[in-house]
Write a protein that binds this ligand. Structure first.
Ligand SMILES: Nc1ncnc2c1ncn2[C@@H]1O[C@H](COP(=O)(O)OP(=O)(O)O)[C@@H](O)[C@H]1O
Ligand SMILES: [Mg+2]
Length: 563
């Protein structure tokens, strides 16, 4: 609001300049003895120049500031939304697209809200008062004749604006190709060297660089045409003004000063009108971006809680009842008629071929995806009646791929709980058999890990992830093949200490190493989305089925490795 006031001040000040110039000229033509009025008028122009400087400065600060605040706000809203979107959303959306929306679309909206609206209001207001000033200070007929070519200006500017934008995008894309290729080549320089393909990389880079140059030249050509085109059209108006206006001066219907004022005003009209076409483009783009962002904001979670049950602590008795599940983006079902029971406090293993649906069981249990056919019950309650938050408080899920943040080891372990309890962190690091590793780091628990820190081995990362899950002290812990990078003995030891850590806990382990889970209360053997066999280790061996085959093969492999 304050910004708009400054804007109007700028416009009014601008209107005064040609008028004063005209008066000065007429005064001089009268060849007065005393030039003091002229001096005052010239001082007035200098004063106006100062006024313009300050007003422009302030409206920029106010209006651009507001636009930036808007950008910050919308990025924050969008970021929160992205964190709360369901997993199925990320299955069908590319991360690159999301990043583009995050930056480009918010940027386009900021431009439309800030500068574009300002230019639009400013353009309208300035054009209107300039035309009124031309008509009332000088002559209405002359005004109408001279501004006739100007709408063509707006049209040309719109057209060029679109072309320039398109070519500008092409330049940006070409540029990101260049950086991507450079980055890849440098990051993968060892691979490049070991294969001796420096020449090839260099060729690739050359092609991409040439494309970048070509795209830039295309842009420059359009820019080069834009300004002369606008000026040419504007000249047409000036020619009309001089032709008719000059005659009027000679005939004495307007003074020379009035004529100069008139041409000054005409010059002032060019850029607001050209900008008008330009602004139209920006606003259009802003609206398209707004629609895309709105889609994200209005995205609904597909995991719904109906008739919710208020309960804080679950015991961890889990039943899957004829569960069939198909991923929203998949055509075939990943789970078919799966029924299983996991008693509270027991240790259950899920084993089977890759892609057989083991991880899917974990995701459905954690309410990452919705249960549509069949049922999952925890402690006799249908999980569709349990808030996802309750489930996540009670089931500590350790995913197959671990992710560590660029932070200290301690904060990475404690990140899911409020406040960092040092003793607890160490206690669970010990159970996860990673305490000694951490002690060996240069700064112990204060060592920074992740992207910008020390590089950990796959096994160390996995064990830190387990310690992180243990921090939640949940009654159910679900380990999704998260010990694959740890040797068999350590894996077995970790699983043992989980069982003997004092609290009664339901343990569900997915593992492809059967030896680590032989002592489970029940082992479910999965294949192609179905439970093929179930029972204890010895029962399954007697069954002479898939489990026995897998077990014998693993034993054989181990023997061969040992020799
Ligand atoms: N997010 C997903 N979208 C579509 N299909 C998926 C998704 N995740 C897994 N699948 C498919 O579901 C099946 C079971 O996968 P998963 O449960 O991860 O197997 P496992 O953990 O036993 O190796 C596989 O065929 C896999 O391709
Ligand atoms: Mg898996």
């Amino acid at each position: 609001m304050v910004g708009s006031v400054f804007l109007i001040v700028v416009d009014i000040l601008m209107i005064m300049v040609p008028r004063i110039t005209g008066i000065v000229i007429d005064t001089l033509r009268a060849a007065p003895d005393d030039l003091s009025t002229v001096r005052v008028l010239l001082l007035g122009i200098v004063g106006i120049a100062f006024g313009l400087f300050f007003s422009r400065f302030f409206w920029r600060v106010f209006i651009m500031g507001a636009a930036r605040r808007f950008e910050y706000f919308s990025k924050e809203v969008l970021f929160d939304k992205l964190l709360s979107l369901p997993a199925s959303y990320y299955d069908r959306t590319r991360v690159g697209d999301l990043m583009a929306r995050f930056t480009n679309d918010v940027n386009a909206m900021r431009m439309a809200f800030g500068p574009a609206i300002v230019m639009m209001v400013d353009g309208f207001f300035l054009t209107a008062i300039t035309i009124i000033a031309m008509g009332s200070f000088v002559n209405w007929n002359l005004t109408l004749l001279s501004v006739a070519p100007l709408p063509a200006l707006a049209f040309v500017a719109t057209f060029f604006g679109r072309m320039i934008h398109r070519r500008f995008r092409a330049v940006q894309e070409a540029f990101s190709d260049v950086t991507d290729t450079a980055e890849e080549s440098i990051a993968g320089v060892r691979v490049v060297k070991s294969y001796g393909i420096e020449q090839l990389r260099s060729k690739t880079m050359e092609g991409i660089s040439n494309n970048y140059v070509a795209k830039n030249i295309a842009l420059v050509k359009i820019w080069g045409m834009f300004f002369p085109m606008i000026q040419g059209l504007a000249m047409l108006g000036v020619v009309i003004a001089i032709f008719f206006g000059g005659r009027m001066v000679i005939l004495g219907s307007i003074t020379l000063g009035e004529f100069v004022t008139f041409v000054g005003y005409l010059g002032m009209l060019i850029w607001p009108i050209a900008a008008f076409g330009w602004v139209l483009n920006i606003i259009q783009r802003g609206r398209a971006s707004y629609r895309r962002l709105k889609e994200i904001i209005e995205e609904k979670s597909d995991v719904k809680t109906v008739n919710p049950v208020k309960i804080r602590k679950l015991r961890g008795h889990i039943v899957f009842d004829n569960l069939t599940f198909t991923y929203p983006t998949a055509r075939e079902s990943s789970l078919m008629d799966v029924s299983l029971e996991i008693k509270a406090g027991s240790k259950v293993a899920l084993v089977g071929t890759t892609g057989s649906g083991k991880s899917t069981i974990g995701k459905l249990l954690g309410r990452v995806y919705p249960v549509l056919e069949g049922k999952i019950m925890i402690d006799g309650i249908d999980i569709t009646r349990l808030d996802p938050e309750i489930i996540r408080d009670n089931i500590a899920y350790v995913p197959q791929e671990t992710f560590l943040f660029s932070d200290t080891v301690r904060n990475n372990i404690a990140f899911a709980v409020d406040g960092v309890d040092k003793e607890k962190v160490e206690k669970y690091a010990k159970i996860a058999a990673v305490h000694n590793d951490i002690k060996g780091f240069s700064k112990g628990y204060d060592t920074i890990v992740g992207e910008r820190g020390v590089t950990l081995s796959g096994g160390q990362k996995q064990r830190i992830a387990i310690a992180r899950a243990l921090m939640k002290e949940a009654p159910v812990i679900f380990l999704d093949d998260c010990l694959s990078a740890v040797d068999t003995e350590t894996e077995a030891r970790i699983l043992k200490s989980l069982q003997n850590s004092g609290i009664e806990r339901t343990i569900i382990v997915i593992s492809h190493r059967l030896k680590a889970v032989v002592d489970s209360d029940v082992i479910y053997v999965m294949h192609d989305g179905k439970v093929l066999e179930q029972g204890t280790h010895s029962e399954l061996l007697e069954n002479y089925g898939l489990y026995r085959k897998m077990y014998e093969r693993q034993m054989l492999e181990e023997k061969l490795e040992g020799e």
